[in-house]
Design a protein around this ligand. Structure first.
Ligand code: ZN
Length: 248
């Protein structure tokens, strides 16, 4: 799964020069928008045919349980890119997330405005997706929903460094980012099986979405929105999946 990992880190550009296997362009509106992703390229067919797609409406929870989730994230240098669809910060090795008996390494965080996960059909202003992989290439995401309130100091660093247009990853000299400071104090989570929310919409992703939200300022939201525009895939059907809400 090394190739998927490199795609998730946005470092595929150099490889594409050597092997011209260009991905079909997709977007968030019109002919190349989410309703048509599944027919743009046969590699994207799960976007239309998959039965375990993300995002979902968390209000459709059909079970309750305490999910054992723990993060052990470390501050590190800020490495940032704009892949043309989102602003993304890549993390150095060493930050971990444990979900039940599974342990994952934190690869990157990226953002969607408005949020992709919704509650009773209601979108939040923004969601951060912390993307992880284990040593076998299994993926796990932790979603953190943002509401408008106090500014977030870590987001300020991301905004200040965010490329306005598509650019390869670059490390920002002298800036340290602490992923812990973008998490709520309590990590009570919704838990379900889902997919990448962008083409190729690959399934088998272990999804977690924190029940508690964190805040960002209206100005910070405008800054993200100004760079990314609307980059939220619409909610997908649950199709009988287990969706576990936190017990508390
Ligand atoms: Zn995402």
């Amino acid at each position: 799964m090394k190739s998927l990992k490199s795609v998730l880190l946005g470092m595929g550009a150099a490889a594409l020069v050597a092997t011209p296997v260009l991905a079909v362009e997709w977007s968030y509106e019109g002919a190349t928008g989410p309703e048509n992703w599944g027919s743009l390229d046969e590699k994207y067919e799960l976007c239309a045919k998959g039965l375990m797609q993300s995002p979902i409406d968390l209000a459709a929870a059909n079970a309750r349980a305490e999910v054992s989730l723990a993060t052990s994230y470390r501050p590190g240098p800020l490495t940032i890119l704009n892949n043309g669809h989102t602003v993304q910060a890549n993390f150095a090795a060493g930050s971990k997330m444990t979900s039940g008996t599974m342990q994952f390494n934190l690869l990157q965080v990226h953002f969607h405005t408005p949020s992709e996960e919704v509650m009773h059909g209601q979108q939040y202003p923004m969601v951060a997706h912390f993307v992880h992989a284990d040593d076998d290439g299994n993926l796990a995401v932790l979603g953190v929903l943002f509401e408008i309130g106090a500014a977030n100091a870590e987001l300020a660093k991301v905004i200040a460094a965010a490329p306005k247009t598509k650019t390869d990853a670059a490390t920002v000299a002298g800036v340290t980012i602490d992923p812990n400071k973008m998490l709520p104090d309590d990590l009570d989570v919704f838990r379900f099986q889902g997919s990448l929310t962008t083409p190729p919409c690959s399934e088998g992703v272990n999804w977690h979405v924190a029940k508690d939200t964190v805040t960002m300022s209206a100005e910070q939201l405008r800054a993200f929105g100004g760079i990314m525009g609307n980059n939220a895939r619409p909610v997908q059907p649950l199709n009988g999946r287990l969706l576990v809400a936190p017990a508390g």
